[in-house]
Design a protein around this ligand. Structure first.
Ligand code: NAD
Length: 447
């Protein structure tokens, strides 16, 4: 066994991206000794100097507190890992266009780790990977250093299931799944998570089961959002508010749970939902199994940015306005609310389609790095909300960051009969009525 009941383990986190930073910060907050390792020297420097590039509520001060107290040390030096009892692997696992995983980060991290691994350590893989990766890819790379998995070190897959925007809260509360290479690894991983986070632990029979659970989560979410999006189009064709339908449909108990149709929206983005269904599709195919639903969910959701832009263009035309002479203020560029992450943001597709129709697009997102936004959209973001919406024919709310939740629409310097596009079905019927009283025309996906 790698861990003991009453001994507080030292922890190393490899990969200080979104996931790794959150874990390093929260475990250090518990008073535990944490070493964060990343090959990106600039990232280490930024984080050490107190600049956190991830806009996650509470993360920056937590990281800073750990660094100042000396509980959290950040480095590019892998040899620092030797002092750790538990090593979390949280490097990126992007995919290629054929759904196969780019294993470069994982291979490099495991290669480096194998050179510094010592007997008695427990390695926990958190990066999302196709089933079989922990056993057939990670294990042999780690064993290259001469130690044997199961005999000398423990190894388990323990997926990351939090969502950006609510990461720290979910990390401290969601049940954690563990699937070890052997019974001791599973036991040690379970003990570690119970001690580190105090959360419920779900033990499964193998790393493959844990790997599939992660993929099932995101496969389901993507497909469910696709259902909500098609339901929205269906409702719109009958002038029915999709939220009424979803609210009522979700009151029925079915099978081992309740019906839970998610919300329609401008589309799906971020680093996980857009790739994990393809990981499912590809790894099934490699085992000779053809799956259809991952691709269908992806297809529907990929079409939503253009669909949403078309809603705006059609509504402007119905008002007798030429879209090519109109200004659309896009509020929220990130892929969802309360995060500054631009990875695979569906807003990019909306902006492209609006610009193709000739509209002038302004962009405002207080959480997003303006340089990154400019590089992605080719638009210099407006610094203030007022600047963005000045004279706008449409205010398109694409992410309801906290900053946007209390917009005083009565005070906005917009054009007459300005449209409000509710990109994520955020607004209640009361809010819609209020917007109409103020002279706005409301537009929602399926509403
Ligand atoms: P990320 O791209 O933000 O971070 C990866 C980090 O790993 C980067 O800082 C990079 O510099 C570092 N890195 C790369 N190679 C390295 C190496 N050899 N040694 C040390 N560091 C190295 O990725 P992320 O969003 O944090 O996601 C990490 C993993 O977790 C991915 O597999 C992702 O699919 C999964 N995941 C992410 C989320 C999320 O919300 N972002 C949620 C669940 C699961």
């Amino acid at each position: 066994r790698c861990l003991q009941e009453n001994k507080r383990p030292k922890v190393a986190v490899i990969g200080l991206g979104y996931v790794g930073s959150c874990y390093a910060a929260v475990i250090a907050e518990r008073g535990w000794d944490v070493t964060g390792v990343d090959t990106n020297a600039q990232l280490i420097e930024e984080l050490t100097e107190g600049h956190c590039r991830y806009q996650e509520d509470g993360l920056a001060p937590l990281l800073q507190a750990g660094i100042v107290d000396g509980r959290l040390r950040l480095t590019t030096d892998y040899s620092q890992i030797q002092a750790a009892d538990v090593v979390l692997l949280a490097v990126g696992t992007p995919i290629r266009s054929d759904g196969s995983v780019v294993e470069t980060q994982l291979a490099q991290a495991c290669g480096e780790l194998s050179r510094h691994l010592r007997a008695g350590q427990l390695v926990l893989v958190k990066s999302t990977v196709p089933p079989g990766t922990t056993r057939d890819f990670v294990r042999p790379l780690l064993e290259r250093g001469g130690l044997v998995c199961g005999a000398d070190f423990g190894l388990a897959f323990t997926p990351e299931r939090f969502a950006e925007g609510t990461a720290l809260r979910e990390l401290r509360s969601l049940p954690i799944v563990v699937g070890g290479m052997d019974a001791d690894s599973t036991q040690d991983a379970a003990l570690f998570w119970r001690q580190a986070l105090g959360v419920e632990v779900i033990k499964v029979d193998s790393p493959e089961a844990a790997e599939i659970i992660k993929l099932a989560d995101n496969w389901w979410i993507d497909l469910n959002i696709a259902l909500a999006n098609e339901l929205a189009k269906f409702c719109a064709a009958f002038d029915v508010d999709v939220l009424d339908v979803i609210g009522a449909a979700n009151t029925i108990s079915k099978g081992n749970g309740k019906v839970n149709i998610l919300l329609p929206s401008v589309g799906v983005g971020g680093s996980c939902l857009v790739k994990d269904p393809w990981m499912v599709w590809r790894s099934a195919r490699e085992r000779g199994v053809e799956l259809f639903t991952p691709a269908i969910g992806r297809k529907v959701n990929l079409g939503m940015p253009e669909h949403t832009a078309q809603l705006i263009i059609d509504a402007l035309a119905r008002q007798g306005k030429d879209p090519a002479r109109c200004t659309v203020a896009v509020l929220g560029a990130a892929f969802k609310n309360n995060t500054g992450d631009l990875r695979a943001t569906p807003v990019e597709g909306v902006v492209t389609a609006l610009e193709k129709a000739g509209a002038t697009v302004r962009l405002h997102d207080p959480l997003v790095d303006p340089f990154q936004a400019e590089a992605l959209f080719g638009i210099t973001p407006a610094e203030t909300l007022e600047e963005a919406v000045h004279g706008a024919d449409c205010v398109a709310v694409m992410a309801l960051h906290e900053e946007f939740a209390s917009i005083d629409f009565a005070a906005l310097p917009v054009a007459d009969s300005c449209l409000v596009l509710d990109g994520r079905a955020y607004y209640s019927k009361e809010k819609i009525a209020e917007l109409r009283r103020l002279g706005y025309a409301y537009l929602g996906v399926g509403r």
